[in-house]
Design a protein around this ligand. Structure first.
Ligand SMILES: Cc1cc2nc3c(=O)[nH]c(=O)nc-3n(C[C@H](O)[C@H](O)[C@H](O)COP(=O)(O)O)c2cc1C
Ligand code: SF4
Length: 454
């Protein structure tokens, strides 16, 4: 992807990039002005449809199509910006807003015009304290400059924008969990239908979009749908932010068109520049945890909306890559991953609540040195019987658990088997309780149990 000029990150690194003055000096809010003053809402929807922009929040739903699903003749519409960004390994939304908050606000103005929303809520991940202040300052500046509030760009359009801080639950990134939480209720996903477009926040038609999706909209209005479609492979149009963390030389957030290979992201000079100390890659979780893992010989996988599936992954996800080196014990990875889903399950669906918990218990048994070969088969079979895709649950959290755990177990099975076969004698029984829901007997090696931090 050599020679590519960043668009989403074009203001990053400039002095004062968070300020309205710098943003406007670089052409900021011109796209919003054009959309609001010279395009009808339907024209903006059609333009975004023509760009083939697919949502950057994980599911890849087409943004223009989603906007087109709002019922005609509605009185009130809400725009919810999904800035929960709790997917492990993912920080592209935060990076964008930390450096260039007005880009998001401009995207919000355009999306509100297209959907005829007069109130926008930015649902912000609880832990993003600094980001909250950055964004709030930008909102205040926009109000003071008449870019939010009443009579935008001399038209009759009004728009209010509120930042709503979450309380730290992964499942509140799921759009209906987000809406419940926004309404002040316990943040757990709703049964669908109705989808938010028909009945979302406060029972009104609602659009939920990711931060990066809305930033892309700014550039579609500014540069046209043809420009957007010219980037990336067919079906995966436009620029994308990729984040990289782990033992690489240059972790960070990078921009390239969709379709960048994982190898280039990890080793390319413009990206992470290889492994610290030249250690070997053992695996890469390329799209946020929930898409699953690529083994060391699968790094040619392209990060677009189609290629990851050829490697047994759930999809592109968030394009937040976690790199794992040869020194890592995959039993520790397995425990970490399983613990995450067990803790984050909101508990309303039996399969999700119970099976994520059991997967965590089995992973701990293996890590503690008392696993059985049949545990690997048991884990695989448990992962295959839960999730929205299996028709067993309300939301997609257990689908993420499924792909994350199943690909780990299947791609590193030989390593798990080696550990299991090497460790039988000396295991002891220990009583553990999982989330206070059940108490069970778990055989563990006493020394392992003493050393490991779960
Ligand atoms: C468990 C779970 C967590 C999610 N977390 C996020 C998130 O943090 N941010 C996000 O944009 N989408 C997240 N999503 C996807 C949202 O439900 C929704 O598809 C997305 O916000 C739509 O925006 P987009 O079409 O612009 O991508 C999550 C989905 C699930 C099932
Ligand atoms: S699938 Fe899991 S996280 Fe999603 S609603 Fe059901 S119990 Fe909650």
């Amino acid at each position: 992807m050599g020679g590519y000029e960043p668009v989403l990150l074009s203001n990053v690194g400039l002095e004062g990039s968070r300020t309205l003055a710098v943003y406007c000096a670089r052409g900021g809010y011109q796209a919003a002005r054009r959309a609001v003053t010279s395009m009808s809402p339907q024209q903006v929807v059609d333009l975004v449809k023509a760009s083939d922009l697919r949502g950057r929040g994980g599911a890849g739903f087409r943004v223009g199509v989603k906007w087109g699903l709002l019922p005609p003749g509605r009185e009130i519409t809400y725009l919810c910006v999904n800035f929960d960004e709790s997917e492990p390994g993912t920080f592209n939304n935060r990076y964008l807003v930390d450096h260039d908050p007005h880009q998001l606000l401009e995207g919000i103005v355009i999306a509100a015009h297209a959907t005829q929303a007069r109130t926008a809520y930015v649902y912000l991940r609880a832990e993003f304290c600094e980001t909250f202040h950055v964004l709030q300052r930008a909102v205040d500046e926009a109000y003071a400059a008449g870019l939010l509030g009443k009579g935008l760009f001399g038209t009759s359009m009004s728009l209010d924008c509120h930042i709503h801080r979450g309380a730290g639950a992964y499942v509140c990134g799921e759009e209906t969990g987000l809406i419940e939480s926004l309404e002040g209720k316990r943040g757990w996903p709703r049964i669908k239908p109705p989808y938010p477009a028909a009945s979302g926040a406060f029972g009104r038609p609602t659009v939920v979009n990711n931060v990066e999706s809305l930033c892309c909209v700014v550039h579609i209005v500014a540069r046209g749908s043809g420009w957007f479609r010219s980037l990336g492979p067919p079906g995966s149009s436009g620029p994308k932010l990729y984040t990289v963390s782990g033992p690489v030389n240059r972790p960070g957030c990078y921009e390239a068109p969709l379709g960048l290979s994982v190898r280039e992201l990890v080793f390319g000079d413009a990206y992470a520049r290889g492994m610290i100390g030249n250690r070997k890659v053992k695996g890469v979780i390329p799209g946020g945890l929930s898409v699953g893992i690529l083994s060391a010989d699968e790094l040619d996988c392209r990060l677009d909306f189609d290629d990851p599936q050829r490697y047994g992954l759930l999809g592109l996800g968030t394009a937040g890559a976690i790199v794992i080196n040869e020194d890592t014990d995959m039993r520790d990875v397995l425990v970490n991953v399983a613990r995450f889903y067990a803790r984050e399950s909101c508990g309303q669906c039996t399969q999700c609540r119970e099976q994520t918990d059991w997967l965590h218990k089995i992973a701990r048994r293996i890590a503690a040195g008392a696993g059985r070969i049949e545990d690997l088969d048991l884990m695989e079979s448990l992962t295959r019987t839960m999730g929205m895709m299996e028709g067993q649950s309300i939301c997609g959290l257990p689908d993420g658990a499924n792909y994350a755990i199943r690909t780990l177990v299947s791609k590193y099975r030989a390593e798990f088997e080696r550990h299991i076969q090497a460790q039988r004698p000396g295991s002891v029984e220990e009583t553990l309780s999982g989330n206070n829901r059940s108490v069970y007997r778990l055989p563990v090696l006493a020394q392992e149990a003493a050393n490991r931090k779960w």
